[in-house]
Design a protein around this ligand. Sequence first.
Ligand code: RP5
Length: 362
Amino acid sequence: MRRAIALAARGLGGTSPNPVVGCVILDPSGEVAGEGFHAYAGGPHAEVVALREAGERARGGTAYVTLEPCNHTGRTGPCSAALLEAGVARVVVAVSDPNPKAAGGAAVLRRHGVVVDEGVLTAEAEEVNAAWLTYVRAGRPHVTWKFAATVDGRSAAEDGTSQWITSPEARADVHRLRAGSDAVVAGIGTVLADDPRLTARPAAGVPVPARAAPVLRVVVDSDARTPAAARVLDGEAPTLVGVAEDAAVPAHLSPHAVRLPRVPGGIDLHALLAELHGRQVVSVLIEGGPTLAGAFLREGLVDRVVGYLAPALLGAGAAALGPAGASTITEIHRLEFAEVTPVGPDLRLVLRPKSSGIASSG
Ligand code: RP5
C-alpha cells in the first residue's frame, strides 16, 4: 500500500477534479505484477493501468488500491467491474470513497466473492488525497495559505519593499506549489503593491510539473480596482476577479468579474470558494497578502499553511499575517508542524490547524 500511495502522489496536480489514486497488483505468488496511477481526469484509472500491466497474472492475485475502486461509469468504466473481469481474488483499500456517485465498489466486489480489506494505511492515503477529500467532504476547495517571511515574521520592510526576502530556491519551490494547485489567489492589495503574475513557471532552473490546464488566477477585489495593465490580466493564464455584487466593474474587468456578496471588510470568502468549487477547483493557494490571509483564517477556511522562513530579521514592516480574529489569547489559532524542511538557505514549514483533520473524515 505504501508503494500504491507513492504512485498516487505522481498524479498530484494533474487529476482535478478527480482524486489521485495508486494501485499495485500482486500475482498469486505475491510478486508485483502491475502498477498504475491516475494521471489526468478522463484518463484511465489506476486499477485499469495496473491491470493492463499485470495481464493474466492478476487472476487470483491481490490489488492494493489507495481509494475504494469506483463503481460508476463516467468518462471511463467502473473499476470494480475491471477487477472482477481480471479475476482478482482480494482487494485491499486504504480509503473508502466519500463520493456518493462513485462509492459502492467494495460492496460489489464482495458480492462477487472477492475478499475486500478496508482501512489499510488510511491516514497516509488520506494525506496524499487531502485536497480532493476536502473538496468532496467539505464541498469547497482545499485551501493552503503560503507566506514568506523573516524569522521575526515580517513579509515586507517598513518602506513596503518586499522582493525578495527568501532565496531563489524557496521561490522555485513556490512555483511547484502553484503548479500543484488549481487556483492561486491574491488580494487586491498585493496586486496593486507587487503586480504579481501568479503563474506557475520554472524558476531558478527548476521545472514545474506539467498540468492538464493552467492554474486559474484569482483576485479578491471587492471594489473592482484591478488595473487594466495588471500582469494578472496578461492572458498568460485564465483570471477570475471576485468583486462585490454592488461594485462598478470597468470594461476591462467584465470578462473576468464574478459578483459575490459583500460582507464587512470585503467579499464573502465562503461564496468565493463555492464559486470555485462550482468550477471544479479542488485546491487553492492563497499567495497574499496579510489581510486576505487573515480573513481566510478568521473564517476557518485554511486547511494547510506553508511558510518559507528566511534567516533574516527586519524588526519593523508588515507582518506576514493580518488580523485573523484572535484578539485575545484564548482565540489563538493553534497549528501543528507537519514538516520542517530546509530549502536552500531557508526553511519550509508545513502546518495544519490543530483541531481539524482532513475535513471531517468519514
Ligand atoms: C507572492 O506572489 C508575493 O506576494 C509576490 O508579490 C508575488 C510574486 O508573484 P509572481 O509575480 O512571481 O508570479 O508570493
